[in-house]
Design a protein around this ligand. Sequence first.
Ligand code: ATP
Length: 252
Amino acid sequence: MSGHDQGQPLLQAEGLKLRFGGIIAADGINLSLFPGEHLAIIGPNGAGKTTFLNICTGYLKPNAGRVSVGGQEITGRPPRRITRMGVARAFQIPQLFTEQTVLENMLLAGSIRERRWNLLRRLDGIPGRAEMEHLLDLVGCADVRNRLASELPEGKRKLVDIALALALKPKVLLMDEPTSGVASADKFGVMETLMNALREAHVSSVFVEHDMEMVKLYATRVAVWAQGIIQMTGEPEVVLNDPDVIRNVIGN
Ligand SMILES: Nc1ncnc2c1ncn2[C@@H]1O[C@H](COP(=O)(O)OP(=O)(O)OP(=O)(O)O)[C@@H](O)[C@H]1O
């Protein structure tokens, strides 16, 4: 998917600038995500990729520029508000309550979405159980629904984390290196399950990725972030074969 002629972007950054002392993380970033896209952001270490995700979720405020979701500006709004506007983030903090089961974690996430969160409330009284079980099924984790979150292998934990994010009913999911920490033999299986779940739930995504094989297989479009600007965007086969990208990003 080219990203052009697809109507209004779901997520749009315009003229983003952010510096930390002498470090310029963003120096006029223009980047859009269109419905149905899975946009990979690649770039050298310390380029500003994670900073971008932090701006989009409201955890960092840019020095200049704006971010909008479905045409509504979100720059500087509180993270909770941005989540409610349809932008979720996975793997941000250890989100799981480790001494609760996977299903109990899901029910808590569902109740947060409904703004009925109350730890004293009996979990089985909260609506949405069937929906949460469906989401666990979608990420291939129905088999671990009654396991304690602390007992999960890393690959399953990542997938449950995706289900938790999907429980918020986002339009866009932001992910920082989705399979980092997963054993290399399991990485592609986890990514395959994850991306299938996003497609089925009609959730578009932006993911920061260092593994070019993942980018090639799962990105619909790639943006190269270096020296605070987007150096290039395009389809994976074009971007990943570009001599400058090979020299300056992939080679490193
Ligand atoms: N809150 C902060 N305060 C000061 N400097 C920061 C802050 N957040 C990020 N930085 C700096 O901004 C630069 C960009 O960081 P960022 O984490 O966004 O890079 P990245 O492209 O995600 O890198 P990597 O690929 O290594 O994860 C880095 O030099 C980092 O040290």
